[in-house]
Design a protein around this ligand. Structure first.
Ligand SMILES: [Zn+2]
Length: 165
């Protein structure tokens, strides 16, 4: 497969990064809808009761400035304008959602590789899910296990992520 065919393949729906976000959000107890067509940009995950949406963006397609998003130099003339259109459309969608009272979070493909970071991102943006007991146990188990010896003043204290919610 040549590079551009490969890029087209990556664009298909239900991509791996999107599935990673969905399955973690589900595991954490959040309730959401998928690709609601009545909202600008058909957000990947929609949390109606919180009036929040999440877009899971491929780094290449949505021009994340990170190392996996670089444009192949030989095809810059071809990809440049396409990607710029994507970028402007993303911005417009988020602006329209905001005007309608929806908060948006973009989770980048490169941010879906660590489940801990992703969990931190989701909790920071969405707040606590409603199903507490199971998750509380999981969190305590983790604190006892890998983070024993560190003092935490609150459940989220000390947990940092790249998330900019
Ligand atoms: Zn990225």
């Amino acid at each position: 497969m040549d590079r551009s065919a490969n890029m087209r393949a990556i664009r298909s729906k239900d991509t791996r990064p999107e599935l990673a976000v969905r399955s973690l959000a589900h595991k954490l107890g959040y309730r959401f809808r998928l690709h609601r067509k009545d909202l600008p940009g058909k957000p990947d995950l929609v949390f109606p009761s919180r009036r929040k949406v999440i877009f899971v963006h491929g780094c290449f397609w949505h021009t994340h400035r990170c190392k996996i998003s670089h444009i192949p130099r030989s095809n810059a003339g071809y990809w440049g304008p396409k990607l710029e259109r994507n970028r402007l459309r993303d911005k417009k969608n988020i602006d329209e959602l905001k005007a309608a009272g929806w908060k948006s979070l973009v989770i980048w493909e490169c941010e879906t590789k660590s489940e801990d970071d992703l969990q931190n991102c989701l909790e920071k943006f969405l707040g606590e899910p409603h199903t507490e007991p199971v998750r509380q146990m999981t969190r305590n188990a983790r604190l006892i296990g890998s983070e024993a010896g560190t003092v935490y003043t609150g459940s989220m204290a000390g947990r940092r992520g790249k998330c900019r919610a």
